[in-house]
Design a protein around this ligand. Structure first.
Ligand SMILES: Nc1nc2c(ncn2[C@@H]2O[C@H](COP(=O)(O)OP(=O)(O)OP(=O)(O)O)[C@@H](O)[C@H]2O)c(=O)[nH]1
Ligand SMILES: [Mg+2]
Length: 238
C-alpha cells in the first residue's frame, strides 16, 4: 500500500502560458510524488500545446483542456474532481500568475496538520499586498469585511485563492451545489465547507500583482460579490 500522502496542485488557467513555463517546474519540485493538474480553457496564447508538451515529458503534469472560457470556479471544481480521482490526500490551489509564491506551499500543507482548509491569507495579522493600486486593495479589504459581517466565516481573507485542502474538505465541497462564478466562488466553497464542520486556519502570505498577462476584474464580478453573501446566508443550507 502507498503510505506517502499524495499532494496535487490544481491550477485554473486562462492565457497564462508565459507564467506556466516557469511555474510548472517549480511546482513539480514541491510535489515530486503528487502532480500538477492544470485546467485550461483553451487559451488562445498557446497554453494547450505547451501543457501537452509538459505532460509528454512528465506524466505527473495533468492538463485538462476545456472547450472555451467557462470560468475560474468551474475550472477549480473540475480540477478537484480530477485530484480525487487520482487519489489526492491534499490539494493546493493557487493563481498561475505568480501572485501566490509557490515557496509558501509547504507552510500551507504543514498547517493542515490541525485543519481541513489552510488559507494563504493576505490580511491575517497585517496587510501584505505588493504593487496593487490602492483602489484594488480597498475593494478587496472591503469585500472581506462585508463577507465576514454577513456570513460570519471566522477568517480575515475569505477571497484568497491560495489554499490547501484535506481530501475530506474537497469531498464536502463537491457534495454541495456551488452556484457562484467570480470571486464569490471562493467565498461560497469556504462557507459550505465551514458549515459542514471543516476546520479553517490562516497562514500569512505575501500577495504580489500578477507578473504577466491581463487582469480579469469586471463589473459583473463585483456585482456578484455584493449579492452572493446574502444569497448564501438566506439560501439553502446544503
Ligand atoms: N480555466 C480558467 N481559468 C481562469 C479563468 N479566469 C481566470 N482564470 C485563472 O484563475 C487564476 C486567477 O485569475 P486572475 O485573472 O489572476 O484573477 P485576479 O488575480 O483576481 O486578477 P488579476 O491577476 O488582476 O488578473 C489565474 O490563474 C487565471 O489564469 C477562466 O475563465 N477559466
Ligand atoms: Mg491574478
Amino acid at each position: 500500500m502507498d503510505t506517502n500522502p499524495k499532494t496535487f496542485i490544481v491550477l485554473a488557467t486562462y492565457n497564462e502560458a508565459a507564467n506556466l513555463k516557469l511555474l510548472i517546474p517549480q511546482l513539480r519540485e514541491i510535489v515530486p510524488d503528487g502532480g500538477v493538474i492544470v485546467v485550461d480553457d483553451n487559451s488562445p496564447d498557446g497554453s494547450p500545446n505547451l501543457l501537452r508538451e509538459f505532460a509528454e515529458r512528465d506524466p505527473h503534469v495533468v492538463p485538462i483542456i476545456r472547450s472555451g472560457k467557462l470560468g475560474y470556479g468551474s475550472a477549480v471544481l473540475t480540477g478537484f474532481k480530477k485530484a480525487l480521482e487520482l487519489g489526492a490526500d491534499f490539494v493546493v490551489t493557487l493563481d498561475a500568475d505568480f501572485s501566490h509564491d509557490p515557496a509558501a506551499i509547504p507552510q500551507l500543507l504543514a498547517a493542515l496538520q490541525d485543519a481541513d482548509i489552510a488559507l494563504g491569507s493576505r490580511y491575517y495579522q497585517g496587510v501584505r499586498v505588493l504593487n496593487w493600486h490602492v483602489s484594488r486593495l480597498l475593494l478587496s479589504l472591503f469585500a472581506n469585511r462585508y463577507v465576514r459581517l454577513i456570513l460570519g466565516i471566522p477568517v480575515a481573507d475569505a477571497t484568497s485563492g491560495f489554499r490547501a485542502y484535506r481530501r475530506a474538505a474537497i469531498e464536502a465541497i463537491l457534495e454541495s451545489r456551488i452556484d457562484s462564478q467570480g470571486y464569490s466562488f471562493l467565498v461560497e466553497i469556504l462557507y459550505r465547507a465551514y458549515r459542514k464542520g471543516m476546520r479553517l486556519v490562516e497562514v500569512p502570505i505575501i500577495y504580489s500583482e500578477r507578473r504577466e498577462g491581463q487582469s480579469k476584474m469586471s463589473k459583473g464580478v463585483i456585482f456578484e460579490a455584493m449579492l452572493r453573501p446574502w444569497l448564501l446566508r438566506f439560501g439553502r443550507k446544503g
